[in-house]
Design a protein around this ligand. Structure first.
Ligand code: BTN
Length: 326
């Protein structure tokens, strides 16, 4: 971004109300005709700038942009996010990441982060729609894991821990993990994870870790049914957060845990997951492909499967399914 464009951004940031092209050109002593060009560059860099004919330009605040440039400012990882592909708007970051993997070499893409300002076709587990308006953190991390296929769920566990820890450390909010892949604040969901795999037998071609965090999402922008069950970091704090910095903290927290997994150590991740679980010791209703039942969630095993004690004393192991707290 050039110096003048940065100055235009500063003016927009300090303006509470819309500001005209004439006001910008006068305060910077630049031709009025060049203002539109700087605005275009700022929009391309991920800034959301509204324009109305009568009143001028207004920067829509979203806790800062979540572009490659902004993320790069606080990124402290060696591998995770070493390459960033930003889309202002995309169907799904998982689709964009999958396209990169099918067109290129997944091993060379390990650590690449696809991130978007908004998603028009975001999806979650079981193909459910994932509402992804502006203000959230919508990202997919490409991984080429060396972890055995039957232990790959530990990647979801490490990522849930990374999000919960980042929210706790940065904002002092009591984020907890709900099995299998959600992060909650109180009784509301604030983030979800989606792992998509491409495997051939025991070989993992690639793993896409989809990360959705309702960072600065305005809850009133969500459909009414979601408003009852979803929260955002902004809603909890009463003010916006710096999304790029939250994302880089998540990446840092994830990288350290991923290294532990890659070294073959699973116990520290499972232990930490248990310490931040809101599911264990709770009465839950489980729905799998084959059956629905209730019981107490008593443990998780070394692969992340949930262990349930049913009322008749029978122990069930749940590898995949929906878990509802009762
Ligand atoms: C869930 O809770 O069901 C998982 C939600 C995962 C949403 C993220 S947002 C970024 C990535 N792209 C998607 O389309 N989904 C994941």
């Amino acid at each position: 971004m050039n110096d003048v464009t940065e100055k235009v951004l500063k003016i927009l940031e300090s303006a509470e109300d819309p500001i005209t092209a004439e006001q910008i050109s006068e305060s910077l002593d630049i031709p009025g005709s060049s203002v539109a060009h700087h605005i275009k560059s700022l929009r391309e860099a991920g800034h959301d700038i509204e324009f109305s004919r009568g009143s001028g330009y207004l920067l829509v605040r979203g806790g800062g942009a979540i572009t490659s440039e902004e993320i790069g400012k606080t990124l402290k990882t060696a591998v995770m996010g070493r390459e960033i592909r930003y889309h202002e708007s995309v169907g799904s970051t998982n689709w964009a990441a999958r396209k990169l993997c099918t067109e290129g070499d997944p091993a060379a893409l390990h650590g690449t982060l696809v991130v978007a300002g908004e998603q028009t076709g975001g999806f979650g587990r079981m193909g459910r729609a994932w509402v992804s308006p502006k203000g959230g953190i919508w990202a997919s991390l490409i991984l080429k894991p060396t972890i055995p296929v039957h232990s790959l769920f530990l990647i979801t566990m490490a990522a849930s821990l990374a999000i919960a820890r980042a929210i706790r450390r940065k904002y002092d909010l009591g984020a907890l993990i709900k099995w299998p892949n959600d992060v909650y604040i109180g009784d509301k969901k604030v983030a979800g994870l989606l792992v998509e795999l491409s495997t051939e037998g025991e070989t993992v071609n690639y793993c896409l870790l989809g990360i959705g965090i309702d960072a600065n999402v305005d809850i009133s922008d969500l459909p009414p049914d979601l408003q009852k069950t979803v929260t955002s970091v902004m809603a909890e704090l009463g003010h916006e957060v710096d999304r790029a910095s939250l994302l880089t903290t998540v990446l840092k927290e994830f990288e350290s845990r991923y290294q532990i997994l890659e070294s073959g150590e699973y116990d520290p991740i499972i232990r930490e997951w248990k310490s931040l679980s809101r599911t264990l010791d709770n009465r839950v209703s489980i729905r799998t492909m084959r059956k629905t039942f209730e019981g107490i969630a008593i443990d998780i095993d070394q692969h992340g499967a949930l262990i349930i004690r049913r009322d008749n004393g029978r122990i069930e192991k749940v590898v995949a399914g929906d878990c509802m707290h009762l």
